[in-house]
Unconditional design. Structure first.
Length: 153
């Protein structure tokens, strides 16, 4: 092989590497913006459901499919911080950071076919308490903050 061929192969490799890097950033950006959009949509749905409950019961049933399941009055909620982590070390790093202010922060281990670790805070006795914590975390710059009904696991 001549020097020109080696240089051409090197340049092609660098271009492919940069292309893969940018594609990865695009996917990560899409993943990190999706929870924020979902959280915004969930907040909008909650507002819509509240006004529907005040207007009539018939309108509230129309919003049932778009809002999180409401269990009984003793429903509890958790706040998930960040998306998901591929290693327990990364998840535990965030959990340790959050425990300074939120002692109930914990790392949820993968279950079933899931292979990702999640960092969660709670459970909280009301959605309003969970929403307050989620708002605090979002204002502190944490990404992918979401609220889920707590199923006890």
């Amino acid at each position: 092989m001549s020097n020109k061929q080696v240089i051409a192969i090197f340049i092609i490799g660098v271009v492919l590497l940069l292309g893969a890097f940018w594609a990865g950033l695009y996917v990560v950006k899409q993943d990190s913006s999706a929870p924020a959009n979902q959280n915004h949509a969930a907040n909008q749905t909650s507002r819509n459901a509240s006004s529907a409950n005040q207007n009539s019961a018939g309108q509230a049933s129309a919003n049932t499919n778009t809002q999180p399941p409401q269990a009984s009055s003793d429903a509890r909620y958790i706040v998930q911080v960040g998306s998901s982590f591929g290693t327990v070390e990364k998840a535990n790093e965030l959990t340790t950071q959050l425990r300074h202010k939120y002692p109930s922060a914990h790392t949820q281990n993968p279950t079933g076919t899931d292979t990702l670790y999640r960092v969660r805070i709670g459970p909280y006795n009301s959605r309003e308490d969970a929403q307050q914590v989620a708002n605090e975390l979002a204002s502190q710059g944490f990404k992918g903050v979401m609220i889920f009904p707590w199923s006890g696991n």
